[in-house]
Design a protein around this ligand. Structure first.
Ligand code: FDA
Length: 328
């Protein structure tokens, strides 16, 4: 069984598959994400370019660093992601290492190391070609990042890569214990994975999971996923790990705070993580309340699929696209 391979952030949407208009809309958006003609229309219009800039820092390193600086001035940390995944070519995988070296050097030179982290997709580093190759590339990035005082988190992709990603993560942690790993609460296996990662110093980004996975492997209903998320969080907190709460869901954020207050005598070392352009008001509110908030900032030339996935996740966003394309 393969996951939806169109990348994290794809596909789950706001409503269960099959709910009439919303499902049709989401499928149309995911279809649009693969059409070059639609991409040309979106990137050609100055109005849609503004929309792109709401969710994506820009195409270049400078754009990512500018956004990181702007967010740092508002007491928000960042994790920067170079867009692109599923590399099938060894030269492209090696080129990703160079991009990340440039990124950490640039962040450090701007004095942003204290506020910055880098998110890595192993599939962009050649995971599908050879696990050792991807590990070697990831290690190079971790070494460059560590020299600059910047941490790295490995994004989690489809379920068919989970074991490999956790293996590579464990090897990286042997040399760089601060390397963050991601758990997708919707996967039924995740409580067991959390038990293995629940120890002091272990940084674990907990998200719902963005891939459309089969029911045999993953919870499908929104409330089941929320409940699984809280079970995972409880395991991490009780083991003394540092949970990185990657969700925009207000009910879930409240429940996480209640759980952490009940389970630990002192506040658990945790942080909130949200995507650039989504719930900026909540990011500011949490930061003002003294929480560490890290914003996931994507950049790069391959922004188009990422953007359409953000649209598909929340059909209300389509109004923004239509307004921008129509010039209204
Ligand atoms: P949910 O989708 O229920 O959204 C809650 C609320 O947030 C909505 O009601 C709305 O207000 C707002 N919102 C959410 N999406 C929006 C959008 N597109 N546009 C506007 N508003 C929106 N997944 C994965 O599989 N592997 C990974 O490595 C990561 N990494 C990751 C890092 C970070 C920092 C975040 C925030 C998320 C991820 N994810 C991920 C994605 C995650 O698994 C999940 O798909 C999304 O965060 C959406 O789920 P929420 O928990 O935010 O709730």
């Amino acid at each position: 069984m393969a996951s939806d391979r169109s990348g994290w952030g794809a596909a789950r949407g706001q409503l269960p598959v099959g709910q009439g208009a919303a499902a049709l809309l989401r499928h149309s958006l995911l279809w649009a994400s693969r059409r070059r003609s639609v991409q040309r229309a979106v990137s050609g219009s100055p109005l849609t370019r503004r929309l792109v800039r709401r969710f994506v820092a820009g195409e270049g390193l400078d754009d990512a660093v500018t956004v990181a600086r702007r967010l740092a001035a508002r007491s928000l940390s960042v994790t920067v992601d170079h867009l692109g995944e599923d590399t099938q070519d060894a030269a492209d995988a090696a080129a990703e290492v160079a991009v990340h070296r440039g990124l950490v050097a640039h962040l450090a030179a701007e004095g942003l190391a204290e506020h910055a982290e880098v998110s890595l997709k192993l599939s962009a580093l050649g995971q599908a070609l050879d696990e050792d190759l991807a590990f070697g590339h990831a290690l190079e990035v971790c070494e460059a990042a560590a020299a600059a005082g910047i941490a790295v988190t490995l994004d989690m992709e489809g379920h068919d890569t989970t074991d490999s990603t956790l293996r590579i993560g464990a090897r990286l942690r042997a040399e760089h214990p601060g390397t963050g790993l991601v758990i997708q609460a919707s996967l039924r296996r995740s409580e067991a994975d959390c038990r293995a990662l629940a120890h002091p110093g272990s940084r674990v980004r907990l998200c719902k999971g963005a891939y459309q996975e089969p029911a045999a492997l993953a919870w499908q209903r929104r409330n089941d996923i929320r409940a699984a998320y809280l079970r995972c969080l409880r395991i991490l907190v009780e083991g003394g790990a540092s949970p990185l709460l990657a969700t925009h869901d207000p009910a879930l954020i409240d429940a996480c705070h209640r759980l952490m207050a009940r389970r630990t005598a002192i506040a658990a070392p945790h942080e909130h993580q949200m995507l650039f352009g989504i719930r900026g008001d909540e990011q500011a509110r949490l930061a003002a309340a003294g929480e560490t908030v890290r914003v996931y900032v994507p950049f790069g030339r391959r922004w188009y699929p990422y953007l359409t996935r953000r649209m598909a996740e929340r059909p209300a966003n389509l109004a923004l696209v239509l307004r921008a394309l129509g010039g209204g």
